[in-house]
Design a protein around this ligand. Sequence first.
Ligand code: HEM
Ligand code: HEM
Ligand code: SF4
Ligand code: SF4
Length: 396
Amino acid sequence: MAKSKTPLLDELEKGKWPSFVKDIKQAAQKSPMAEDLLQQLELSYKDKIGHWKHGGIVGVKGYGSGVIGRYSDRPDLFPNVQAFHTLRVNHPTGWFYKTDALRKLCDVWDKHGSGLTNMHGSTGDAILLGTKTEHLQPCFDDLSAAGFDLGGSGSALRTPSACVGPGRCEWACIDSLDVCYNLTMEFQDKIHRPMFPYKFKIKVSACPNDCVASIARSDFSIIGTWKGKILINPAEVTIYAGSDLDIQKEVCDLCPTKCMEWDGKTLKIHDGDCNRCMHCINLMPKALRPGKEKGATILVGGKAPIVQGALLSWVVVPFMKLEPPYAELKDLIERIQDWWDENGKSRERLGELIKRVGMRVFLKAVGLPAVPQMVKAPRSNPYVFFWPEEIQKEVK
Ligand code: HEM
Ligand code: HEM
Ligand code: SF4
Ligand code: SF4
């Protein structure tokens, strides 16, 4: 038997999880790029370092965003991946496809690229992995003809993404799909032509379960919520009571604000104290529903550790009604981006800018009132700044 050229990767064809090695080998049967990728990856496994050169700047006409250039540092060994650029293709919101749309995408990619993809990139885009510079423009033209546009990259608005929301989920408090699509279309210019100090991401979850992890992975997080009472269906509560579920122990005792009461027959919720954490609704989906008055909480600042430390987004608007055409939401996004654009240092994320100059300055600049829901606790040190005009007022 011929000796395998990829002994290390071959190990990863074993086991139960679908093997990416098997998939690349399958693609390699008709794509020399995929074959060379496999060989270069084997070398990386052996050397324990990546074999891509630093950086790479390529693109398509009219856009400054959407293509990530990449070159092999061993083109002598792997000529077919000498250039191996990635195209980010804006996915449909909620990642709902029809097979004919996927067929079109595959046909374009088989014609112009390696045949390898990532479904999907962490931000949401359909990722087309590996093509040559001269194929970029024709590939983009064919994608456009098939109804697809590129997503974002660089210091731009990145591709917004959303949870499946009302498409498949009964807890959706807002139409996350429509909000996401609407914002994507509204801000096309900001996605395609980088104009900011750094990247900016928007994610939309239709309830606090936050299935797209918007609070951790976007600078501007939109999370559906409700006002008023959780809707209770007493008949369904009785059915749960007769099931394996221990309502006292598993629901009421775990309510973070302890605002639920269960006497063995009737479930009461003191909604004034409920923080809409979703726990009771998650456990008793047939009996409990989010309240009738629906909207979203807006949070900002989420980012990964570099430079100043990881941040989860924090509340800037506790409750906003969200209905098409989402004028209030878009206006807030514009105000925040304008302020950041004026004041942000090069490669400073929104969250870091706010940390640097303070919420006081941020809120004043974007015209939002300071409200208690913005903080977990008041400050513990006394180093408080005042606006000069406030001091004048006090003196009188
Ligand atoms: C080697 C010399 C010095 C050392 C080691 C020193 C050390 C310190 C330390 C440890 C603090 C407390 C910082 C804090 O945790 O809040 C402090 C505060 C302060 N020092 Fe010095 N200091 C020195 C010289 C000076 C000099 C020469 C001046 C002024 C002429 C000065 C003015 C101040 C002031 C105004 C504060 C209070 C700042 C504030 O709390 O807002 N220091 N210093
Ligand atoms: C007899 C002379 C002085 C007395 C009795 C005195 C007393 C005090 C007292 C009681 C405090 C407040 C401490 C606290 O907040 O817990 C203080 C703070 C301070 N004093 Fe003096 N002081 C004297 C001279 C000076 C001089 C000559 C300077 C500077 C050249 C000075 C600079 C400061 C500063 C910067 C603070 C603020 C420290 C901080 O905010 O942490 N003091 N002093
Ligand atoms: S975030 Fe909420 S509404 Fe969206 S899919 Fe998850 S549970 Fe459903
Ligand atoms: S949503 Fe959370 S806080 Fe509100 S009643 Fe249910 S468990 Fe308690």
